[in-house]
Design a protein around this ligand. Sequence first.
Ligand code: NAD
Length: 309
Amino acid sequence: MMTRIAFIGLGNMGGPMAANLARAGYDARGFDPLAAVRDSAEEAGVKVAASAREAMAGADVVITMLPAGAHVLSVWSDLLPHEVSKGRPSQGTDDATEGALFIDCSTIDIDSARRAHDMARVAGARSVDAPVSGGVTGAKAGTLTFMCGGDAAAFAAAKPILEAMGKTVLYCGGPGLGQAAKICNNMMLGVAMIVTSEAFVLAEKLGLSHQALFDVASVSSGQSWSLTSYCPAAGLTPASPANNGYKPGFMAALMLKDLRLAQEAAAGVGASTPLGAMAAQLYALYVASGEGGSDFSGVIEMIRGKLRN
Ligand code: NAD
């Protein structure tokens, strides 16, 4: 029988992800409270429902792609008890593999992710936190990377579904550890982008050309993804938003969100992350200057002292 999927949150990421599920032959039905968002998802080939509950009718799998933890907890608590009472009448409790599968692909705080897992477990459903990297381009192309947390059986059930939306699906461990991997990765990325930007601005002041710095660092120990795939200086790597006025790409406001989630998580476990804290502060300044909608690599402009506003 064809897996029926309810996809809740059809925004910049969720819309194209749901479209890829439909393209892969899943019976996916989506919902988003914004009519304009529903319309564009429908144009992209997603069957759209009038409410989350309607999208959920008869579904075996629920995927959420929402702004923050509060939205995920609210949608899961709305959908979980109904699904469970409908799909699993009171005849034994040992058929967990037949329980509905809840997958959250949003980037949210680890505490909320773990609460969502707890809610699912209590309701008899299986659950996976599966945040992504790859941005809107990856969502459209179906090349996202998924980092997954939850029990191994739930992950095994989620994997083929996630493979219809991404290229790489990785298991990171128990509940919440997909979110942990995501914020650790993005903390490295935020710090690397800032220091790469600082190096290019320092080179400018020293009279060293961008090309010369790139040629040296890209084959030396300063090498990073921020340098060789997404260089903040224009004209050096083809996919750089720097070549396009820092149009995103990955918005600075989302980088700030992830860096703040990393700081919150670090404070919760007493980890010392001074460079992550500094990166969060620098991105807060960049966003406060009105650049939240620019690509995060545009932070080089602030380091140059050349903000637009
Ligand atoms: P978005 O704002 O475009 O989409 C979120 C959608 O959720 C909106 O359309 C909104 O109407 C909908 N929504 C809000 N409350 C809802 C509810 N109760 N029920 C149903 N829908 C609801 O955001 P996005 O860029 O698609 O990002 C989604 C998630 O993915 C975020 O957690 C973000 O951090 C993460 N993410 C985004 C990117 C990116 O490049 N955009 C990259 C990686 C991860």
